[in-house]
Design a protein around this ligand. Structure first.
Ligand code: UFG
Length: 371
């Protein structure tokens, strides 16, 4: 008797399990739609690739002010899927409304679209305050109207300034910003925090990036700097390719082992993957609080001179350089403690610096071949 009851019970249990797994399969077949602002930019395009490969359907809004429409072809070739694309400015609220109305099933937003050149922001502060802050305000205004509750925001380790204690954790103090660009990141974080406090309809994850470098291994997408590059890696690869005469190393008299500044250089593909896990965490309701902050870095600091050396070793290509004076506003040293992202998001930077530098060199060569 007992055996029979056990058998019936076991059969029922397996029926329930089958039914449950059918529901799960059905759920996993539902494609979730994510809006990516700035989705044709450097970090945005790599993130769109990772999201599409994870099964998400993507709507991109980009005004193409610092990117190229051909990036869409690269994304499509890598993933076999063409994202929806709208050339629009996030300052244009009416345009945003039209796109939200057309895609009533957007479940979350990743907001990259912003101006990001530190030097330019000092020359044109109002452009930076308007672009970066009003864009965010427009999205936050519209999200509840369209039932969108999840936001991933692109922030930066610039909010920590020069930390007194390294590596820097998410609870390290926020320091006064050194540029209008840095200030917009701090102000945007505050605006998001206050909005989250005022409603129970908004969840957000703020990702504080360290220094993204590299390109997708397909060599179909990568960084496309406008004009003379301001950042180290594009200047370095253009110098290695003979486009620039020599790289200037800004200062060798800092309080670091070799005197040059230290940063945490992270592969843009690893960084892109952090966005996928952040979106999944929000949509699965796994956040521990309505607003969460994560450092997205490797945990390893490299000096400018060490990076040049690593590039030469990884590629066998010489980089002519000279030491010049310090660049105004540079932070001496900063690198991440990424352990919160490692444990909570289950995300860890995977690529070695050598592989990342090789990918960036291959990308530079592919650009040279295009010209
Ligand atoms: N550097 C050179 N020569 C160059 C360019 C840069 O020596 O031609 C040095 C800089 O002095 C710095 C390091 O390389 O020590 C990295 O400089 P980047 O300009 O590549 O990057 P930053 O760390 O200054 O800035 C980056 C982003 C910002 C972001 C900041 C956060 O560009 O948007 O990280 O710390 F705010």
């Amino acid at each position: 008797m007992c055996d029979l009851r056990c058998e019936i019970f076991a059969n029922r249990k397996s029926q329930i399990t089958n039914h449950k797994s059918q529901i799960t399969n059905h759920k996993s077949q539902i494609t979730m739609k994510i809006l990516v602002t700035g989705g044709t930019g450097y970090i945005g395009s790599h993130t769109v690739v990772e999201l599409q490969q994870a099964g998400y359907e993507i709507v991109i809004i980009d005004n193409l002010s610092n990117s190229n429409i051909e990036v869409l072809d690269g994304i499509t070739k890598i993933t076999g899927k063409k994202p929806y694309f709208y050339q629009a400015d996030c300052l244009d609220k009416a345009a945003l409304q039209n796109i939200f109305s057309e895609h009533g099933d957007i479940r979350g937003i990743i907001h990259f679209a912003a101006s990001k050149a530190v030097g330019e922001s000092v020359q044109e502060p109002l452009l930076y305050y308007r672009n970066n802050i009003v864009s965010l305000l427009n999205l936050l205004d519209l999200m509840p109207q369209y039932g969108i509750e999840a936001l991933v925001f692109s922030s930066s380790c610039t909010v920590y300034g020069q930390p007194e204690i390294l590596p820097v954790t998410e609870s390290s103090p926020i320091q006064p910003a050194l540029s209008p660009y840095g200030n917009t990141k701090q102000i945007c974080e505050e605006i998001i925090r206050d909005t989250v406090c005022a409603t129970d309809k908004l969840k957000t994850i703020i990702l504080r990036y360290f220094n993204p470098i590299g390109a997708h291994k397909s060599v179909l997408i990568g960084e496309l700097p406008n004009g003379v590059p301001q950042n180290l890696i594009p200047y370095l690869t253009q110098t290695a390719a003979g486009i620039r005469k020599e790289l200037s190393v800004f200062g060798n008299d800092y309080d670091t082992p070799d005197g040059s500044c230290i940063r945490d250089y992270i592969s843009v593909v690893d960084l892109a993957k952090a966005h996928v896990v952040a979106v999944e965490r929000m949509l699965a309701g796994k956040q521990k609080s309505e607003i969460e902050y994560f450092n997205i870095g490797t945990g390893r600091g490299l000096s400018v001179l060490e990076l040049i050396n690593a590039f030469e070793k990884a590629t066998n290509v010489k980089v002519p350089y000279k030491i010049v004076g310090r660049r105004e506003g540079d932070i001496e040293k900063v690198w991440a403690d990424p352990s919160l992202a490692n444990t909570e998001l289950g995300w860890t930077a995977q690529e070695t610096i050598e592989d990342t530098l090789r990918s960036t060199w291959k990308w530079q060569l592919s650009l040279r071949n295009c010209n």
